[in-house]
Design a protein around this ligand. Sequence first.
Ligand SMILES: CC(C)(COP(=O)(O)OP(=O)(O)OC[C@H]1O[C@@H](n2cnc3c(N)ncnc32)[C@H](O)[C@@H]1O)[C@@H](O)C(=O)NCCC(=O)NCCS
Ligand SMILES: Nc1ncnc2c1ncn2[C@@H]1O[C@H](COP(=O)(O)OP(=O)(O)OP(=O)(O)O)[C@@H](O)[C@H]1O
Length: 227
Amino acid sequence: MVRPLFMAALTGHRYNGPSFYGFRADSVLTIGLTGGIGSGKSAAASCFRALGINVVDADWAARVVVQPGQPALAKIAEHFGADVLLENGELDRAKLRGLVFDNANERSWLEGLLHPLIREEILRALAASQSAYAILESPLLIESGQYKLVDRICVVDLPEEQQVARAGARDRSDAEQIRKIMAAQLPRQQRLEKADDVLDNSGDLASLEAQVEALHQLYLQLVEENY
Ligand SMILES: CC(C)(COP(=O)(O)OP(=O)(O)OC[C@H]1O[C@@H](n2cnc3c(N)ncnc32)[C@H](O)[C@@H]1O)[C@@H](O)C(=O)NCCC(=O)NCCS
Ligand SMILES: Nc1ncnc2c1ncn2[C@@H]1O[C@H](COP(=O)(O)OP(=O)(O)OP(=O)(O)O)[C@@H](O)[C@H]1O
């Protein structure tokens, strides 16, 4: 269950520090980990997990809310037609991906349906976190308003060309579709302007891991100091 704000007050956590963005999911320090498609959020999240930190993944929440039997899946099939379902009743994600990143109105409709449900799923998962601090990993942390659930924003950053290359190699998607998805996300510079912390992922995975370890020490210190 989500602990209300007054519980955080009772436990002595600060509300109005310089990096406080609004309503918090819980009294536990929560870091929003964001970056565009293929930036390396999952790679950074794995490093935090290896350090014993609970990570809640917004992409995972987005999958939970469209499982067969969920009302949102029925609404999607009603709106886009039964063609967006696979034979086994699951969402045909590749088909929907093609539809929504080609049409901004359809994307808005889908986001209007799913984002409130995703937020609820995220809140539930964050409330269950047991680690010293928690991470919310989300590609749309800033765009969707999920930044209001966190105390601090950590951006995984790299040049856009590298982002296209890495996302393309991972998904075997064509560069054109990746660029369309990037166009639906915040531009690099605007995302960086919102960052409290930046992980530069233009280097190798060892470099990313070292930067995560340094941030982990900072976050533990913030917890120690009641942030
Ligand atoms: C369109 C869908 C079905 C495509 O599914 P698919 O399995 O191909 O991709 P997946 O969900 O793994 O997302 C891959 C990446 O695409 C990007 N992305 C996904 N949704 C969006 C969006 N609405 N706007 C911009 N980028 C997005 C993110 O970088 C994400 O990491 C799916 O992305 C979806 O349901 N999107 C709407 C929900 C949403 O906004 N999710 C983002 C997390 S809040
Ligand atoms: N520093 C790195 N060096 C080389 N490859 C990397 C590095 N960081 C991540 N990658 C690879 O790049 C791809 C994209 O990384 P990752 O999946 O972590 O990105 P993401 O931000 O989670 O993407 P998405 O938003 O699409 O879920 C993966 O194949 C990953 O293994």
